[in-house]
Design a protein around this ligand. Sequence first.
Ligand code: MLT
Length: 284
Amino acid sequence: MKDFENSFSLNVNNHKVSYTDEGKYGAPAIIFIHGFPFNMSMWNTQIESLTNYCRVITYDIRGFGNSDAGKEDFSIELFAKDLISLMDALKIDKTILCGLSMGGYIALNAIENYPGRFNALILSDTSCKADTTEAKGKRMKAIESIRNDGVEKYADESIKNLFAAESFTNRVKEIAAVREMIVNTSVQSLYNGLLALSVRKETCSILKKIKVPVLIIVGKEDRITPPAAAKFMHEKVKDSFLKVLEHSGHLSNMENSEEFNCQLRSFVESGYQKFILPVQIETD
Ligand code: MLT
């Protein structure tokens, strides 16, 4: 993982959380939440592209990367509570929130339960739907396969679904990095994460109540949370924009980071100008 200058850890909600805090202190904050079973290093190129505009925070969800798992059972509700505790500890009253896949499930739970804490949302390669019976069954099979065949095999099988076909030629470095994130996750966190994902609640019914601008991004070849899931959310959220990214599967921020970052930057700029407070973007 690339070392950022400002990597820290602190105790929130009964566990140690690792995070980076880059960019301009006092500028509008943006917090990134990674997917399952990855860690904050998946956002490295987004940090670099936004530090001139924002205070940029990435963190490891409990049990992933360098954050402790703590003692409580994992759930999307607990992860959302952790996020709010981290914001409190960092004295961030309001933030822009960007979540990919499981990070998006957490972001949607957070906006439902703590609506006053967010200025804008970016929902990437995610869905508001709960697991179907079939999806729950697949999670149980994944737990069994990790038990029987080990994490390396689980990582190899997962990777087949995570990326667009062309990424296996064009994004070899990113694929290797993601594989490493998966195999470095503890088996207990994999089990607990899979269980938490399988029982998560739907959030489609709250989309109409979202009062902040929302950018929805999805890889054109995302097979896990496909463009149809993104379109479904877009139709329900009033102030939302939908971008379908070429050359991308489920990890669009890594597979087409150029376009992802471009969309992110223009949303942050226009979002502030249109909906929130005008901020001066420095152009030196
Ligand atoms: C993720 O990337 O977070 C996972 O694919 C989410 C899921 O399995 O539902």
